[in-house]
Write a protein that binds this ligand. Structure first.
Ligand code: ADP
Ligand code: MG
Length: 376
């Protein structure tokens, strides 16, 4: 069931198109993330869900009902801002209790609810403090508890962790995920951090220039990007220009490569072939005609160490080719089954030194392996 839906929603600010005809369904009980670079329209879309911004066109639905023109306080949604936006002259208790007192809940009921929320978000014992007596992470916990207090069916969070330092960010994002799951509510979460999005989301919508380019599960977005921008923005992607020859064949330079069909066969002509570093392997001296020749210019290792990655070159400087790279020949085989922990996390400079000058190449996958051709 869909809790929150956008139907052809659009918004301009003067000459700027902030959101351009977005259709999106946020399934009930899911943790749904809007992911994209700064300025792509994430906040505007979220604010239209909350009712702070009126769309120029389209509809917003909550639980099936059209709320496009319903004011924010009547929508019953929780909102967590990047800037916390706490009441500075109210204590933690008073901040969290605010909406409950406003709607006239009994004092005993408010006290019980605030106590339960403080335990849930890890603020127990800090109820009498003022915001200036709290760390950034604690302030965001107050903002979270305040948003959750009226038991909203949907929680909207706009980059809630971006003002916090890295360690707190990691911890708090897991806690937000746990709390949303525990309460069984729906979350629409905004971030520009692809790693954060991949880590905590059930579904992700990748946005650019006010549009949703692709929506899907983290593994769909990561393993089967349907747009070159999605491939590059989410994780690390090798990309190379090619031509689609048929359902499962592409031409890269003088090579014909077998690829996994992904519905782009109808778009015969120039396209971009992408693959993740952990899905390729590098070999020397291989004569396989279905391998991409290239020169190893660096390496990215999974956290546990192991696989190297490389950038190919097809006879000229192209996408993914480092300046000065030379062409060499050889072959490699794809490895399937990427999982979150396999994703490259750091660059291994020693690997580059070790292999510099060695003849290496990056191979292409046999059919059925998790490679993707993406329309540019
Ligand atoms: N109130 C506003 N007035 C004018 N332009 C705005 C306003 N809000 C957002 N914009 C513009 O709309 C575009 C999308 O902004 P925003 O939704 O904040 O993007 P994001 O949250 O992805 O960074 C940007 O170009 C931004 O400058
Ligand atoms: Mg924003």
């Amino acid at each position: 069931m869909t809790t929150l839906a956008f139907e052809a929603v659009a918004k301009r600010f003067g000459g700027t198109v902030a959101v351009d005809s977005v259709d999106l369904s946020v399934p009930s009980g899911s943790f749904f993330t809007l992911l994209g670079p700064s300025g792509c329209g994430k906040t505007t879309l979220l604010r239209m869900a909350a009712g702070f911004v009126l769309p120029d066109a389209g509809r917003v639905r909550v639980g099936g009902a059209d709320v496009t023109r319903v004011p924010p306080h009547r929508r019953g949604l929780g909102f967590v801002f990047q800037s916390y936006a706490l009441f500075p002259t109210k204590t933690v208790f008073e901040n969290i209790a605010f909406a409950l007192a406003l709607r006239g809940d009994a004092r005993a009921r408010i006290a019980a609810r605030v106590t339960a929320l403080c335990r849930l978000v890890g603020l127990h014992g800090l109820e009498d403090r003022y915001p200036h007596e709290l760390s950034g992470g604690q302030q965001q916990r107050v903002a979270l508890a305040r948003a959750l207090a009226p038991e909203p069916p949907v929680l909207l969070l706009d980059e809630p962790l971006s003002a916090l330092d890295a360690e707190i960010r990691l911890r708090l994002r897991e806690e937000i995920r746990r709390i949303v799951e525990e309460l069984g509510i729906t979350a629409l979460y905004v971030t520009h951090d692809q790693e954060e999005a991949l880590s905590i989301s059930d579904r992700i919508a990748v946005m650019r220039d006010g549009r949703v380019l692709q929506a899907g599960s983290p593994s769909e977005i990561y393993l089967h990007p349907r747009h070159a921008f999605v491939a590059r923005f989410v994780g690390t992607a090798n990309t190379i220009a090619c031509r689609i020859l048929g359902e499962d064949r592409v031409q890269c330079g003088d090579r014909r490569l077998a690829v996994r069909p992904n519905g782009h066969a109808g778009h015969a002509g120039p396209t971009i072939l992408t693959w993740r570093p952990e899905h390729g392997s590098v070999r020397t001296g291989c004569a396989d005609p279905a391998a991409l020749p290239g020169r190893l210019v660096g390496a990215k290792l999974p956290r546990a160490g192991g696989a190297a990655a490389a950038r190919p070159g097809i006879g000229r400087d192209g996408p993914g080719r480092a300046p000065g790279a030379r062409l060499v020949r050889g072959a490699a085989r794809a490895r399937s089954g990427a999982v979150a922990g396999d994703r490259p996390r750091f660059r291994d400079r020693s690997a580059r030194r070790r292999t510099d000058g060695t003849r290496r190449c990056l191979g292409c996958p046999p059919p059925g392996r998790p490679f993707s051709g993406s329309a540019p």
